[in-house]
Design a protein around this ligand. Structure first.
Ligand code: NAD
Ligand code: TYD
Length: 349
């Protein structure tokens, strides 16, 4: 094998697309997917590649330092692509400690293991930390996040991701750990856990359930199709400059309410409903505490240096995403049974 790579969080939404891309594109790499299989992790996401000879799954928790050290000694990873995290802002508001534990301490455990393994032999190694645009805080009506925008995280989720970004840079500076960081905007696509806006609303429209829009619905996000994020990760992992940060975004800003109305329109067509029928499900509910008003990414550095640009238009991506959720009832039923119901009732009471 040319390289042995560790991908953490590979059973989750974005991680599963990254694992699939690397397993299929690089048959010469050994890809080890390490995942604790929390509520958000699902091996069903990787059914199509689970028997590939260059793919290995390790069921492990990044909070278990001893186990992480054992796996680094066993596999002698040449590179790490770190996606494992608690990822949902609303959950971070009800249970911040889980975010501090996994996102900060878990990342530190990986950094420590990589530091020991690579000490004195850093050439050709790379710790790739996958982060979010939310570390930059909230924008007003104008402006964009640049790689140089000062950190100003506003939720326990974004603060825990910011802390982990700082740790990665500090290890780079102090121990010469070779690293890259990317900060990406909101992703959407197949395999997205239906607690986040787009998959939650697709599922609710399908089941004729209320669409809970927070506050005035005029919050803005920049949406990127998940496969384009995976493509960017591939490019940055292989060609990004050491110690650099790259922003990744969709060049695709939407106010929540406009996006929800578009989703309703698309789904009316696909479900054969009367135009305007699904929109009747829109229900404004109390706002998320500390809700960030607007995120918008300037991804021109990545475009100029590595030639990356989103390949899937929003129209095409949304249509593919809706089709995927319509064709995967079993996946949806599996992830929305059990604990999901408790979460839903508590969140939207
Ligand atoms: P996700 O919640 O769908 O998946 C997270 C995965 O990490 C799951 O498979 C889960 O089982 C695993 N995991 C959680 N805690 C773990 C632990 N202690 N040990 C091992 N595995 C653990 O998240 P996602 O949306 O795929 O996000 C992946 C990464 O990308 C995160 O780091 C997130 O901060 C970042 N990110 C996400 C978005 C987005 O829009 N979803 C945007 C930018 C950045
Ligand atoms: P989300 O998908 O949770 O991503 P993030 O908070 O990380 O951007 O939410 C996207 C936007 O949609 C955000 O402004 C919050 C809003 N939202 C709702 O209005 N209702 C909901 O039920 C959810 C989950 C989100």
């Amino acid at each position: 094998m040319e390289k042995t790579l560790l991908i953490t969080g590979g059973a989750g939404f974005i991680g599963s697309h990254v694992v699939r891309l690397f397993v299929q594109k690089y048959p010469g790499y050994k890809i080890v997917n390490l995942d604790a299989l929390t509520y958000a992790g699902n091996l069903e996401n990787l059914k199509d590649i689970e028997n590939e000879p260059n793919y290995i799954f390790e069921h492990a928790d990044i909070n278990n330092a001893e186990e992480i050290n054992r796996l680094f000694t066993l596999y002698k990873f040449d590179g790490v692509i770190h996606l494992a995290a608690e990822s949902h802002v609303d959950r971070s508001i009800t249970d911040p400690n889980a975010f501090i534990q996994t996102n900060v301490m878990g990342t530190a455990n990986l950094l420590n293991a990589a530091r020991v393994l690579w000490k004195g032999n850093e050439e050709g190694k790379r710790f790739y930390h996958v982060s979010t645009d939310e570390v930059y805080g909230s924008l007003g009506e104008t402006g964009f996040f640049l790689e140089t925008t000062p950190y100003d995280p506003q939720s326990p989720y974004s603060a825990s991701k910011a802390a982990s970004d700082h740790l990665v840079r500090a290890y780079g500076n102090t121990y010469h750990m070779p690293f890259v960081i990317t900060n990406c905007s909101n992703n959407y696509g197949p395999n997205h856990f239906p607690e986040k806006l787009i998959p939650l609303f697709i599922n609710n429209i399908k089941n004729n359930k209320p669409l809970p829009v927070y506050g005035d619905g005029k919050y803005t996000r920049d949406w990127l199709y998940v496969v384009d994020h995976a493509r960017a990760i591939d490019m940055v992992f292989h060609a990004g400059r050491n110690g650099e940060t790259y922003n990744i975004g969709g060049f695709n800003e939407w106010q929540n309410i406009a996006l929800v109305k578009l989703l309703c329109k698309e789904m009316d067509e696909k479900l054969g409903r009367e135009p305007g029928e699904s929109e009747k499900l829109i229900t404004y509910i109390k706002d998320r505490p500390g809700h960030d008003r607007r995120y918008a990414i300037d991804a021109n550095k990545l475009n100029k240096e590595l030639g990356w640009y989103p390949s899937v238009t929003f129209e095409e991506g949304l249509s593919k995403t809706i089709d995927w959720y319509m064709a995967n009832d079993e996946w949806l039923n599996n992830v929305t049974s059990g604990d999901y119901q408790k979460y839903y009732t508590a969140q939207y009471k």
